[in-house]
Design a protein around this ligand. Sequence first.
Ligand code: ZN
Length: 595
Amino acid sequence: MLACSPQDPADSSAGNRVSTGGGELGAVEGDDRDRVGHDDALFSAFAESWIEELLAREPEWAIYQGRYEWADQVTIPDVASRAARHEFLLASLDALARFEPARLTPLRRAEYRVLKNRMESMLWYQDRFRNWQWMPSVYNVAGPVSVLLNTDFAPEEERLRLVSARLAAVPAYFEAARANIDRPTLEHLELAVVRSRGTLAVLDDDLLARVDASGLPPGERQRFEERLVAAQAAIEGWIEWLEDLETRLSAEGAARSFRIGETRFEEKFALDVQADLSARELYDRALQEQARLHREMDGIAVEIWSRHLPERPMPSEPLERIGQLIEHLSDRHVAIEDFVPEIRRQIPQLAAFVRERDLLDQDPDKPLTVRETPEYLRGAGNIASVSAPGPFNPGAETFYNVTPLETYGADMAASYLREYNHWILQILNIHEAIPGHYTQLLHANRSPSLVKSLFGNGAMIEGWAVYAERMMLEEGWGDHEPELWLMYGKWALRVVTNAIVDYGVHVLGLEREEAMRLLREEAFQEASEAQEKWRRATLSQVQLSTYFSGFAEIYDFREQRRTELGDRFDLRAFHNEFLGYGSAPVAVIIELMEE
Ligand code: ZN
């Protein structure tokens, strides 16, 4: 049956794959059927063993995925580790080239494309994008340590031993980081400083109290403390070094521009998004969608103006009347101290609505815990996010991270409260939690494809969450209230404007002032939101475009299916099937669903 050698680590799991894959072979006849099945088995064995090797080679990535066998090892980001990664990826692409995609069944063919993309992306990021050189914010030791401290995968002592081993490598880690940095951007320097201060908050002296309360023998406790002190000193040294560099580069005007330019942007877009469009085509579509939303919102504004502002004459300019109405409606929001509790209160309501309307499958055994965002995840305007367990430990807790607004200072907090007003807060919860990111990730972790569960496509993930917002409103969440739809329009404009600003900043030389005008006057954003968006556009590339590209692909595909199937179209079945393919690129899922 299987051609892989007995010593191949993927042998046993590949055997399982053959039996689960058997059902996909129905369309293939006679001898071809055996040959295709054989190719599938070989490919699955290859994918499994490649993933195992990658996990062992990238222990930090493995920790995030829930595999802890190598968690005591720290990848020192030096020339040697980059050379090893380069060789490994070239050999991996050679090995993958032995397979003929046309001879694989659809699910395996999708995995082939996801794997190839992953290998090419890793090579591109390291060899061409070279962010390890100019993005000092990529150096962060707190993330893996936090996972080890916060995930209950082994006894406390065992986990503290892993943390201790990682702490021992921190000085060498930052020494290598310093050697890598060459003409960074000021924006990434500043972010690195903020993140590193957050790292110190994770690796603070409270950690020693936890070690003292554990069952670690005194010798090990002592060693933990020594390593912690050395790690803290190394991080403080790194922060000081970054601040000196920032001062010097600012004075000399010698920092790198945060704009990556058209060539790099199109390359990154092709690898990250994997849509059929180019970045330029998506930008043009975003401009069209922006105009369409403005027309739709103006219709609502004219309809409900007198209900809310009966004393005030309605302005003749559409953008002005939409803006004034949104401004007025934004007064309705929770008190600052109720921000996190209100989010906590809404989650079960959303779950109940999805259940009652039969919109898609949920899993009551995997509850969502709302918590305050851990400090190391704050810093880049991250008000809300979801931390989900990877496919290797689906039993672990999923967190909905919410940053208490008190941490932002009075003015900023007031602005955020208006931004996340009565209506938008509901849409935020749909996006982040139910049936957005949290629900999608639950389905992805149930997907039998390790390849797609591990190498999630950002455009599919964000696109789904954005799609979920519109779908919930269409299905009657909020009772078709025009105010909610107007605010939804504002939220949707945010996604569209993200794509416009992203391309504008990196390719068209969009300046801060014009970007702020676009965000504030044409997308109706509060000052805080617009400022954070500008900052994010300077710190990231392509990521801001993924929301719109994924949404447009999913929404259009659903409408196409609805037209094709007519009365036989079943929304719940559509959603479950779509999510059942895991976080694969939308284009790949569409191809599979159409077969
Ligand atoms: Zn999202």
